[in-house]
Design a protein around this ligand. Structure first.
Ligand SMILES: *Cc1c(COP(=O)(O)O)cnc(C)c1O
Length: 454
């Protein structure tokens, strides 16, 4: 009997033959031979159990699925419309920043050498000079991210004493960054003043004692308290600190250099204003509204910056040459606001006008297969990165309603395409926002949808 029924198992190729097949090449390159072979063995075992015959296309698709799409850091298509998406790497860099990064990455650079004297130099001097020029601060320093800037500032000026903060500003930024915990980590004791919605200068005045070291102001990046609210004028807070012999620190978060009103966005306190208000130290991120690489900026007075630079934490928090090169290039673009708007991708995306977005949504829709059942609809994009939570950027979305798939299932398929397409899920709909897709990514996004529906 057995001899008459063809046994599909006999048709299964051996592992070494599979590894030699051209389809396997990409899998081995991405995942390594060991992992690819293990996944193939597993898939062969599954085939031996079942009654299906061997089909190379199906086989390698199953192996790929088993290996997962996360083989490492790779490019994704951001169709969420969130411009500074923290989970997707925040700000895409300007061409000039990418070129500067590549140049110093390729070879050596005078990172810590003064080319005039040939002596040891300071890795921050280029970025610091630009930051002083652009914001009016006396001195500046760069660390790895905004959180590091706040931690270093508090460690340098408040350790062993008290940091006074308004109850309306005891913020959690996300990713577990909570002001009370950062104050503790900086070696200071938190003294809360005022209430959630109202804090006055006199509240700070009354709280100042022998142990007080710093008045800390924190930007409520990702939330707003509206209605019956009060907070002291920031300049008066900085003055109070100086009169009483304390340091003043502002954690600004977003760190805009450009006047965002130019983008039709609500006024956001920028780096220049915080410096002009007289804070000893202003901390901000390099990859939020500045549109540069992940970095933390510390701007302020000469002596306060010098204390931070001398602090032992500095060595642990210092950024590498590529980050500094990208930051310097981004800052150079900010010398001319018009140029920054054109060349810094995050700013360009925020500024993109409704007409252009509508046109791009239409051209994306036109490239999609019938089965996507796509339609265009008005909607909003978000700035993201914990910045401007109330700002609504009007956009045109492409909504997809494929038959027989839930929104979650379809979004999961889109994440498995090459490159992965990250869509927005909203009330059971899969939405694609052209604002965060570059011109040449529209066709790629359409291919990803086609691939996911095949
Ligand atoms: C984003 C933010 C931080 C943290 O900055 P990272 O660059 O993400 O480390 C700190 N404080 C405020 C107010 C922020 O908005």
């Amino acid at each position: 009997m057995d001899a008459l029924v063809p046994d599909p198992r006999r048709a299964l190729p051996a592992l070494h033959r599979l590894l030699a097949m051209p389809e396997c090449g990409a899998l081995v390159r991405v995942h390594g031979r060991e992992r690819a072979a293990a996944a193939m063995r597993q898939q062969l075992a599954a085939l031996r159990e079942g009654s299906e015959g061997f089909d190379a296309g199906e086989f390698f698709a199953a192996v790929e699925q088993c290996l997962g799409t996360r083989a490492g850091l790779g490019r994704v298509l951001n169709a969420t419309g969130v411009v500074l998406h923290t989970n997707l790497g925040r700000a895409p860099l300007a061409a000039a920043a990418i070129a500067a990064m590549a140049e110093v990455a390729r070879g050596y650079c005078a990172l810590e050498m003064d080319l005039q004297s040939g002596r040891r130099g300071d890795r921050f001097s280029g970025a610091a000079a630009l930051l002083c020029e652009l914001t009016g601060c006396e001195a500046a320093l760069v660390v790895n991210n905004g959180a590091a800037a706040v931690l270093l500032a508090l460690s340098a000026v408040a350790a062993g004493g008290e940091a006074i903060v308004s109850r309306g500003e005891l913020v959690e930024i996300g990713g577990g960054f909570r002001i009370p915990e950062v104050v503790a980590q900086g070696g200071a004791r938190l003294v809360e003043v005022g209430t959630t919605n109202r804090t006055r200068l006199s509240d700070y005045e009354r709280a100042i004692g022998a142990e007080s070291r710093v008045l800390l102001r924190v930007h409520p990046s990702n939330y707003r308290i509206l209605g019956f609210t009060e907070a002291p004028d920031p300049a008066r807070l900085a003055t109070l600190a100086r009169e009483r012999g304390l340091a003043s620190v502002e954690d600004l978060g977003s760190g805009a250099l450009l006047d965002l009103a130019r983008l039709g966005l609500p006024g956001e306190r920028g780096l220049r204003e915080a410096v002009a208000d007289g804070f000893d130290l202003v901390a901000a991120s390099g990859d939020k509204l500045l549109g540069g690489p992940q970095a933390g900026l510390l701007l302020g007075r000469e002596d306060a910056i010098a204390r931070c630079a001398r602090h032992p934490l500095m060595r642990a928090l210092r950024p590498d040459k590529a980050t500094l090169a990208a930051l310097e290039a981004t800052l150079r673009l900010h010398r001319d606001p018009e140029l920054a708007l054109r060349e810094v991708p995050a700013l360009r995306m925020m500024a993109e006008d409704a007409e252009a977005l509508s046109r791009r949504a239409q051209s994306l829709r036109a490239l999609l297969p019938e089965t996507a059942r796509a339609e265009v609809a008005k909607g909003d994009s978000l700035v993201g990165g914990g910045a401007l939570p109330l700002a609504r950027l009007r956009t045109t979305l492409v909504a997809l309603h494929p038959d027989g798939l839930t929104a979650e299932e379809f979004a999961a398929r889109l994440r498995r395409s090459h490159p992965p397409l990250i869509a927005r899920l909203e009330r059971g709909r899969v939405l694609l926002d052209p604002r965060t897709l570059a011109e040449d990514e529209i066709a790629e996004a359409a291919r990803a949808v086609t691939e996911a529906l095949a």
